[in-house]
Ligand binder design. Structure first.
Ligand SMILES: *Cc1c(COP(=O)(O)O)cnc(C)c1O
Length: 396
């Protein structure tokens, strides 16, 4: 095993050295004022990354999945109706979690590779005259298929239907990498984790609650204890947690948000777009299609690349790990064996992306795929040599 190479899985992402050092700290008393100096800047930094002035941020020792559960259990009651689209493995799992909590999910089945159809949501919400739907769930970036969905369009659908349902967004693989505007898009709960855009190890569920979502706490009756944001809010008022916090990870998060904000969110998003464009140019040069159905839904954080029929895409991931010590993502669920994924989010530069593209090329040649040696690399080089899209001050 070689730890020199960057990983190209769509999370956990590469951890910059400065963040690894920030996470690795001696024990401190989490009931002392020292802890507040870590907690409060981390909370404020997250709110800025969410582009929100009004959200209350809560951070649990957990992962993104715990963030989903935080959203549901704090604001909904058994039997409540929620609306969600299933267009990949992550939206599928969130729907599954809703069902296990006894929520009634109106599922809009959507082909894997397509984004959420906001117009379909609008029809359903308009037809729901008695406003039984309490929440609309949207996965901003389907990490399984490399598909982006337009959250602003979903907000417009809610508004056009005059529907009061809350809007919950899974931004686990978009927040901190792709544009995410909690306030402007009227997002009521934003969910993410520490190990993707924030470039940290896994271990934190990070959520933002809008004032309307905070109101919903009063009526929600789903059982919640560990993820109860009321306990968390009480703790935060005293710079404390209702239990033992992950102090090192929070210290990392404080620094990570500082890094993202110092780079400038606009620049962070532009860097991700540029790197993604290089990966997409490479796939095109290899003659391979993306799982994403059209350019409008291309994800800037992960590309799921289809391999020819009869070829097991998972072999690429296995061979890359065995032969070159490089990690790519396997296909999940419906697209298992049909796609491999190149994750391109977090701490990444053009140069790192080129290494991932070049290695994928070697792997595919080794496995007998009919691609031209150097073609993907050359296509990406053309993108990365274009000084027009150059972004400065990229994160370490
Ligand atoms: C990674 C991911 C999750 C799950 O997060 P965990 O931290 O693994 O629990 C949820 N949704 C999306 C879109 C993801 O990419």
């Amino acid at each position: 095993m070689n730890f020199q190479n960057p990983v190209f899985i769509p999370g956990p992402t590469n951890i910059p050295e400065v963040l690894r050092k920030a996470v690795d700290m001696p024990t401190l008393d989490h009931r002392s004022s020292l802890f507040g100096d870590i907690l409060q800047p981390a909370l404020k930094g997250v709110a800025k990354v969410l582009q929100s002035e009004t959200a209350e941020v809560f951070i649990f020792p957990s992962t993104g999945t715990g963030g989903w559960e935080t959203a549901l259990t704090n604001t909904l009651s058994p039997g409540d109706r929620v609306l969600a689209a299933r267009n990949g493995m992550f939206s599928h799992r969130w729907i599954d979690m809703c069902q296990r909590h006894g929520l009634e999910v109106e599922v809009v089945e959507t082909p894997w590779g397509e984004g959420i159809h906001a117009d379909r949501f609008e029809e359903i919400l308009t037809a729901d005259k008695s406003h039984e739907i309490r929440a609309v769930l949207a996965t901003h970036n389907e990490t399984a298929t490399g598909v982006w969905s337009d959250i602003a369009a979903i907000r417009r659908a809610l508004d056009a239907a005059g529907h009061p349902a809350l809007l919950y967004v899974d931004g686990v693989s978009s927040i901190g990498s792709m544009d995410f505007r909690m306030d402007e898009w009227g997002v009521d709960i934003a969910v993410t984790g520490s190990q993707k855009g924030f470039m940290l190890p896994a271990g934190l569920a990070i959520v933002g609650f809008s004032p309307r979502a905070m109101q919903a706490l009063k009526t929600a009756t789903l059982p919640r204890t560990f993820f109860d944001v009321r306990d968390m809010a009480k703790g935060y008022a005293n710079n404390a947690y209702p239990y033992t916090p992950s102090v090192g990870l929070l210290n990392g998060l404080k620094l990570s948000t500082e890094m993202l904000l110092a780079e400038g969110l606009e620049n962070v998003f532009a860097r991700h777009h540029r790197i993604a464009e290089g990966v997409r140019a490479a796939a095109g040069a290899w003659g391979l299609d993306l799982c994403a159905a059209n350019p409008r839904v291309y994800s800037d954080t992960v590309s799921a690349i289809k391999t020819p029929p009869g070829f097991n895409a998972t072999d690429i991931v296995i061979h890359a790990a065995d032969r070159y010590d490089v990690a790519y993502g396997v296909g999940l669920g419906e697209v298992a064996g049909k796609v491999f994924r190149i994750g391109h989010l977090g701490s990444l530069t053009d140069v790192m992306a080129l290494a991932g593209i070049a290695t994928a090329e070697m792997v595919m040649l080794d496995l007998g795929l009919k691609i031209e040696a150097g073609s993907g690399v050359a296509a990406a080089q053309a993108v990365y040599r274009d000084s027009e899209t150059m972004v400065t001050g990229a994160a370490a």
